[in-house]
Design a binder for this molecule. Structure first.
Ligand code: NAP
Length: 250
């Protein structure tokens, strides 16, 4: 049986999460690829990893649902018997709107998936990785956003606020578990070319925003994945509580 480290990537089936899952597998992690509903996309990631000689499983679950989160971690326990890393990547935006047009349901769902979901997943991971719980340590990477700094006016201020919460959560949790072998860091991607922009009703956003980005282009999911894998790796052994911008200067 393999004793390779195990990584859970929430929202690992498309976009940044899929790039993280594929790169992690190439770097020797066994990967649990979480997805919410698109099984075809998750299976495609598993197939690509397997074809490359890696090991991965798909795990369905909505991180906006506490029962789904518990079941997802139990599935990882059952299948792999260990957990060494978590990438809290699953995140949503809603349609571009002003705050005075937003419904309570929209705001609540954004916070539940992006904030509560990430915190609950981190709690499950700490229970499996911290020396306080008899485990050997591990690393958590939270996917924030440059929106946390910019505020995303007229588009997704609720989303921006949820990502600011992720930044603060990263700092606090990092300090809480720093002496227990668990490192906690975050990445703030800028404008990355994925499907997320279409879910906000602005499918061409990555291309349209390019001239406003100092590097004059959007980023790729693979460029974000490189930074995530660095933070998960022993190369980042003294890095915790850090929030790294991967944004082309935005
Ligand atoms: P994406 O292309 O829309 O992919 C989202 C992924 O998350 C999919 O695998 C999706 O699975 C999964 N997902 C969505 N809701 C979920 C839920 N409730 N529970 C579990 N999984 C869920 O998004 P992305 O652009 O790669 O974004 C990934 C992360 O980066 C997010 O946290 C986002 O906020 C952050 N980010 C992105 C950008 C950007 O420009 N793209 C910039 C800054 C930050 P299904 O296919 O099954 O729905």
């Amino acid at each position: 049986m393999s004793d390779a480290p195990v990584l859970l990537v929430t929202g690992g089936s498309r976009g940044i999460g899929a790039a993280v899952s594929r790169l992690a597998a190439r770097q020797g992690w066994r990967v649990a690829v979480n997805y919410a509903s698109n099984k075809v996309a998750a299976d495609a990631v598993i197939e690509a990893i397997t074809a490359d000689g890696g090991e991965a499983i798909a795990v369905k679950g909505d991180v906006g649902n506490a029962a789904d989160i518990a079941l997802m971690f139990e599935t990882v326990d059952h299948h792999f018997g260990r957990l060494d890393g978590l990438v809290n990547n699953a995140g949503i935006i809603d349609m571009a709107q002003r705050v005075d047009e937003m419904s309570g349901d929209r705001i609540e769902r954004t916070m539940r998936v992006n904030v509560t979901g990430s915190i609950l997943c981190a709690a499950e991971a700490v229970r499996r990785m911290s020396s306080k719980h008899g485990a050997k340590g591990g690393a958590i990477v939270n996917i924030s956003s440059m929106a946390a700094i910019i505020g995303s006016p007229f588009q997704y201020v609720d989303y921006a606020a949820s990502k600011a919460a992720i930044d603060t959560f990263t700092i606090g949790l990092a300090r809480e578990v720093a002496a227990e072998g668990v490192r906690v860091n975050a990445i703030r991607p800028g404008i990355i070319d994925t499907d997320i922009h279409a879910s906000g009703g602005l499918p061409d956003r990555a291309r349209d925003m390019a001239p406003s980005i100092p590097m004059q282009r959007s980023g790729t999911a693979e460029e974000v994945a490189d930074a995530v894998l660095y933070l998960l790796s022993p190369a980042a052994s003294y890095v915790t509580g850090a929030v790294l911008n991967v944004s082309g200067g935005r």
